[in-house]
Design a protein around this ligand. Structure first.
Ligand SMILES: Nc1ncnc2c1ncn2[C@@H]1O[C@H](COP(=O)(O)OP(=O)(O)OP(=O)(O)O)[C@@H](O)[C@H]1O
Ligand SMILES: [Mg+2]
Length: 265
């Protein structure tokens, strides 16, 4: 279940999010807040964004959230290739500042993406704002994207984070896939999987997957993967509604009685 660029599927949601993020990064709009439910595709989007920006932008993607502010600054520096060895936080910040000015002179953007930011401690988030203070008289030197689950928005509503909150130039919330997109997403994944023969999901199967997953990609993946395993062990490439029901019941840890058992009851 780790994001693989080959599987990237541009749903309307993801397309829209991606173009706004690209714009925000290139226009140097400062802080961006990207939220979405668990498994909705935020990290996948960040990876797609990094890919898009590769030629113009140095990107630091930091995922480790349970860290101190010094560790955060160190991780960012390391991701950008700035040496941190045996340096104090202040020294690292000065190094970072030099790096940022150098990138500016090379006409390259620098973007820091803090993924899973809902888990960052309040004090560390405040430090993030300090980082954004690195600027020349004319320009911000670094773009910062905060990415996380919806509780990140609540976290940012704390009074002591008011200054940070005020600087957010763009907010985007990723919604799950709708029914059509969910079907297309599944077909897309089956087609890029490069299997010798492509499994077929019946209309009923697709409908049940959507109803269960509500269009959340990670849940869609889990159901589909399990259904394919069931299909494989039974020697069939046709996945129907019954298989999906079985898989969902398994995932939920409750097996409904089979028809025979139900008749006996
Ligand atoms: N646009 C997409 N194209 C292809 N696969 C996707 C897409 N969005 C999500 N996925 C799949 O769904 C899974 C979950 O996505 P991802 O890890 O990006 O979600 P997330 O929002 O970062 O979740 P979390 O809140 O747990 O951090 C991934 O493994 C990925 O394979
Ligand atoms: Mg994620």
């Amino acid at each position: 279940n780790t994001p693989d660029p080959k599987f990237f599927f541009l749903s309307r949601q993801h397309q829209e999010a991606l173009s706004r993020l690209v714009y925000a990064a290139q226009a140097r709009r400062g802080f961006v807040l990207l939220t979405g439910e668990i498994g909705s595709g935020k990290t996948t989007l960040c990876r797609a964004l990094m890919n898009r920006l590769r030629l113009t932008t140095e990107v630091a993607l930091v995922t480790n959230a349970n860290i101190t502010s010094k560790e955060l600054i160190s991780s960012i520096a390391e991701e950008l290739g700035v040496s941190t060895r045996r340096k104090s936080k202040g020294a690292i910040l000065r190094e970072l500042n030099r790096f940022l000015i150098e990138q500016l002179s090379l006409d390259r953007n620098v973007l820091v993406i803090l993924d899973e930011a809902q888990n960052l401690r309040g004090g560390v988030l405040e430090e993030v704002r300090m980082l954004s203070n690195l600027e020349t008289a004319q320009e911000k030197l670094v773009q910062i994207f905060l990415v996380g689950q919806p509780e990140l928005r609540e976290k940012l509503n704390q009074p002591e984070l008011k200054q940070l909150r005020q600087r957010i130039a763009l907010r985007y919330h990723v919604l799950p896939l709708d029914g059509d997109e969910c079907r297309n997403y599944i077909t897309h994944r089956l087609n890029v999987a490069e299997a010798e023969r492509v499994p077929q999901f019946s209309a009923a199967a697709l409908e049940k997957i959507f109803r269960y997953s509500q269009g959340v990609p990670r849940l869609v993946n889990t159901v589909c993967d399990n259904a394919l395993i069931v299909g494989f062990t039974r020697g069939t490439l046709s996945i129907d509604g019954d298989i999906i029901e079985e898989v969902i019941a398994d995932l939920e840890g409750s097996c409904p009685p089979s028809d025979e058992e139900a008749l006996r009851l």
